[in-house]
Write a protein that binds this ligand. Sequence first.
Ligand SMILES: *Cc1c(COP(=O)(O)O)cnc(C)c1O
Length: 430
Amino acid sequence: MSQSRSAELRQRARALLPGGVNSPVRAFRAVEGEPVFIAEAAGAYMTDVDGNKYVDYVGSWGPMILGHAHPRVVEAVQRAMQRGASYGAPCPAEVELAEVVSAAYPSMQMLRMTSSGTEAVMGALRVARGFTGRELVVKFEGCYHGGADYLLVKAGSGAATFGEPDSAGVPAGIAATTVVLPWNDDAAARALFTARGRDVAALILEPVVGNMGCVPAEPGFLQLLRELTRESGALLVFDEVMTGFRVAYGGAQALYGIEPDLTTLGKIVGGGLPVGVYGGRREIMERVSPLGPVYQAGTLSGNPLAMAAGVATLALLREPGVYARLQALGAQLEALLVDAAKASSVQLTVQRVGSMLTPFFGAGPIRSWDDANRCDRKRFARFHRTLLEHGVYWPPSQFEAGFISLAHDDAALEQTRKAVIVALAALAAQ
Ligand SMILES: *Cc1c(COP(=O)(O)O)cnc(C)c1O
């Protein structure tokens, strides 16, 4: 596998871009590897600049649920581009996408488009604070909600303490407006709401956590959080940037039958173009400027190209049988990992919800960040490297979910199966 062109590009990139990338996980640090530069992608495959072809399970970190460069999406974006890239004025496609999203997520009675998931979360939490008149935000350890200062926090020592900065450049005073709780821990959530419930503006969570690897909520946990927030007047915010249109067309809220006060979307809703959405109950969203006093804006928000990609993508996801097929493909991927682990006697815990999945190198179940953090990252890194060498592009971190798309066919899965067998056998031999 030649990497000479990627190597040359890495060198040029590192001279100008920190780590040679524009988003840190792409640098492959967590797997002690070197990233390849992608030249093009189609269907289930990506091809790098040296001509190496990979079955892709990153899918741009979730958006490419149809596979890459789906002809209908390409056509929609091309047509939109011919009508002009951006107007900075209302356009029909943003109304269309808003109607499609609100129909799919009835809890989003009113919504606002942004250009990224990070912005959607920042907007949702600002309106939560503006609506409740409270400042405290509660999040869970291992959940990721984008790059806002007050969300780049880790737990202090002891349960449910004020957050401490998890990045340089985050002021301690800002981190302290966030409290961090352990995931799937009923007692810690109850204790926090008993002590501080009246101060909490919003409780934000990934209803299926994808950002510590795939860690679903245990039965009853989401219901408990719904009750605790309702009783205390705090808003429940489902960050469905990853799970929206992924675990079900209506997201985790449809899958589990729980209605949040606010929802954030991103990734799939933009069909691979930069889009975020936040929305919720009308009375809350009516606080957003220009209707209300909560300011939030974006020059490229509701961009016609991005809206066209989103509308085209969601139309294809509404076709009958799509989510059953994603579920079946996910089950096939899970089975080939579990079978190969058994055959090689490598300890692997595969956790999956629909078409998102993580193989954890450790004993399961993985219920929390502490559990995930105990997994063998060195083993994962070697597994990742062998897969890449055998033409399978898996997310370059133990703490990420892999995504399967509608374009993954039998040939792609068979190639994956063979690569997984080689990768796990190599680990067992060590
Ligand atoms: C990816 C992600 C975000 C951030 O979205 P960006 O578009 O990268 O800003 C927020 N929340 C969750 C759950 C995500 O997976």
